[in-house]
Unconditional design. Sequence first.
Length: 398
Amino acid sequence: MFPLIVLACVFVLIAVRRVGRFRLQIWQIMLFGAAAVLLSGSIAPGAAVHAVNLDVMVFLFGMFVVGQAMEESGYLSYMSFRLFCRARTADELLLSVLFVMGLLSALLMNDTIAIIGTPVVLSLAKSASAVTIGSVASPIGNPQNLLVAIYGNVQNPFVTFGRYLLVPTVLCLFASFGVLRLVYRRECNGIHMTQVCPVLVDPPLARLCRVSLVVLAAMLAVKVSLVFLGAEVDFRLTYIALGTALPVLLLSPRRLETVRRIDWTTLVFFAAMFVLMESVWLSGYLQSAIGRSGLALDSPGVIMTLSVLVSQLLSNVPLTALYLPLLQGLGAGTEAYMALAAGATMAGTLTVLGAASNVIIIQNAERRCGESLSFGEFARTGLPLTAACVGIYWLFLV
C-alpha cells in the first residue's frame, strides 16, 4: 500500500509543483518518490537497479548529446534559417514551424527539440503542438513512444508506428495549423517576415553535428531495410542513438563541456520513475483495483481516453510506464500499444501539465526570450486541438 500512497503524493506534487515557498521541478518530485519507496523497503536496492531500463537511458543520453552540440555550435539556428528562410508571412512561418519541428521531433525526440529549439523562433511556445504531434509517428519521437517500442514488444517499430500513426499525424499537423491560425488570426494578419542568416558559433562542432545527422539518417535507413529484407539482426534503437552521438563524443574537443551541459535532470527523472513504478507494480494493489473496475483497459478507445485525462495529473511518461505492464498482462494487440502512444502523446496538447516538453518550452521561452504562455492561453488552443486530433487517431485505430 505504501508505494500507492507515495505515487498519490507524486501525483499531487506534479500537479501543484509547489510546497510552501519552494517551487519543485518534476525530476525532483519523482526522485523524492523513488527515494521514499527505497528507504521504506518497498523495493529492494537490487530490484531498483534492475528496474532502470538501460536502453532508454542510453538512448536519451545519445539524443541529448547531439541536441546540445547542435545548440552550442549554432548549427540548429543555421539549419532552421535554411528551412524557414522562404517564409515571408506569419502563416507561412507557422506552417513551416509546425512541419519542420514535427519532423525534427520524430528524429531527435521531442524533449530534445523542446530544449534546443526555443531560441530559434520566439513564438515557438505558441507552436508547442508541433513538437508534440510530430513525435507521435516515430518510436524515437518521444520518451513514451520509446517505452512503448521497447516494453510493448512492438515488432519492426519504425514500420509499425509509420503504418498506424503516420497519416493521422500529418492530418493532425494540418489541424494544428487551422486551430492556431484561428486563435491567433489577429497576430498573423498582415505580418511580413524578414530573416537574417545566423553565424555559426563553432564551425568545427557544426560540421560534426552535420555528420551526426547523416549517421542518424543512415542508421534509420539500415534499420528499416533490415526489416523489409527479413534479416534477423539485433539492431536496437539504442545503437542508433549511440552511433549518432559518437562523432561528437569522439572527435569534438568540447566533448566534456557538451556532456556536462546536457539535460541530466531528465535522465534522473527517468531513472527515478522506473524505480517508483516498479515498486507500485510489485505491490499488486494496482492490478487488483483495475481488475475490479470492469473497464476494457486494452480497448484502443479506453486507452486513448484514459491516457489523455490521467496524463494531466501524472504527466504522460509516468502514465505510459504505469499502463504498459497492464497491457502486457492482458495480452493486448498492436492497436492497443499504438493507441497508448497516440493518447499519451496527445495529452501534451491539452494542457501545459500533460507533457514535460511543454514545461521545457515555456520555461526556456521565459528564461531566454522573455516570452510566456499561461495555462489558460495554452488550453484555449489545446482543448479544440486535442479533441480534433484524438478524433482523428480514433478513426484510424478503433
